[in-house]
Design a binder for this molecule. Structure first.
Ligand SMILES: [Zn+2]
Ligand SMILES: [Zn+2]
Length: 349
């Protein structure tokens, strides 16, 4: 056998191994992300459902710093939540599923490459041609294979090459079966990133009064005066969670903004002395006029529980006090963790 044939075979098997590894990892990342999206409760529903799971996990962690991260930057926290969930799932209940995707993807690739070898082999029997180029053209939809300067390999026996590559494929396949779930972190797009792209590509505007996030699933959606729909969210929060307070005092503004817009009170939309009645909050201009806030007296127990649980932390964080007009009513303090969670379950069905 010519030396060229041996060198070329080694070169190709090397390249085959690295490109197969890459392809298997990338495809498995896509497959497992799809599997998680279909089966994991936090990922399989709509936007509100994801929010419910985020809020539940926050309550379970009961860590003020994490809450503040979420309140100030809900998108960044939601992404962290997805990444953490995916990491846990891949290390536990989805570990075997990952391995089985690895096995399937390896076997699919092996079949594909064997078929390519067959095709090329048939072709060269009928015509002379650049066999290697022929081969890479066939497999390039599945593998990234950098070109090998084939002019250096003029004296190559394709039958030998084919036989060696088929043997090589078995060795590579057996090796690839040892891939671990950790390798998915090296995929072109990590599974958590695939889910983040799917689940977080929506509107993240925050209510100017309470910080609740618009639940529109369309990113940069038009607002009403542009012919679209204004930002909205089914459940608002106590303004105190984002440090809303009575001007020139340290008193927290405890009310939910839905209650405020139903009341006769007014607010300062900016640093000037201008006041605007809550009932006509839209006249305050942007961003207030881009929000649709329906007046009602409903208060989600979850947020009342959050205020009571983190009262001291919130006071310290904002340098304000829950006192005077901002005093927390007794009923709020009676809400238990279980009731808070239940309120989420009932509201975000
Ligand atoms: Zn609000
Ligand atoms: Zn919106």
């Amino acid at each position: 056998m010519s030396k060229q044939s041996v060198v070329l075979t080694e070169l190709i098997c090397d390249k085959l191994k690295s490109s197969m590894t890459e392809a298997v990892i990338n495809q498995t990342a896509i497959d497992i992300a799809g599997e998680l999206r279909c089966n994991v409760p936090a990922f399989k529903g709509n936007r509100l459902n994801l929010e419910k799971h985020v809020l539940k996990s926050l309550a379970k962690k009961k860590d003020f710093q994490i809450y503040i991260h979420y309140i100030k930057n809900p998108r960044s926290y939601t992404e962290t939540f997805i990444t953490e969930q995916v990491e846990t799932l891949l290390g536990t209940e989805y570990k075997d599923k990952c391995q089985s995707f690895f096995v399937t993807n390896i076997s699919n690739l092996q079949t594909h490459i064997r078929q390519a070898l067959q095709e090329v082999s048939k072709k060269i029997k009928s015509q002379n041609g650049d066999t290697f180029k022929e081969f890479t053209t066939i497999i390039k939809d599945k593998l990234t294979f950098d070109s090998i300067p084939s002019e250096n390999f003029t004296d190559v026996n394709f039958d030998f090459l084919k036989e060696q590559m088929e043997k090589g494929l078995d060795v590579i396949g057996a090796d690839l079966k040892k891939l671990s779930v950790d390798k998915l972190k090296k995929s072109r797009q990590r599974p958590d990133q695939i889910l983040i792209d799917q689940l977080c590509d929506c509107c993240w505007e925050k209510c100017p009064f309470c910080g609740a996030v618009c639940t529109n699933t369309v990113k940069d959606h038009k607002i009403a005066k542009e012919g679209g729909i204004d930002h909205s969210v089914p459940f608002h929060r106590s303004g105190s969670l984002k440090g809303c307070h009575y001007r020139h005092t340290v008193k927290m503004s405890l009310d939910f903004c839905t209650t405020k817009v139903a009341s006769d009170s007014s607010f300062y939309p900016d640093a000037s002395d201008r006041t605007v009645p809550h009932k006509t909050y839209r006249s305050a201009g942007p961003p207030y006029d881009t929000w649709s806030i329906t007046p009602d007296l409903f208060k989600l127990s979850y947020w009342q529980w959050v205020v009571c649980t983190f009262k001291d932390d919130l006071e310290k964080h904002y340098n304000l006090k829950y006192e005077g007009r901002g005093e927390i009513p007794k009923e709020w303090k009676e809400i238990t963790f279980e009731e808070a969670i239940r309120s989420l379950e009932e509201m975000y069905k």
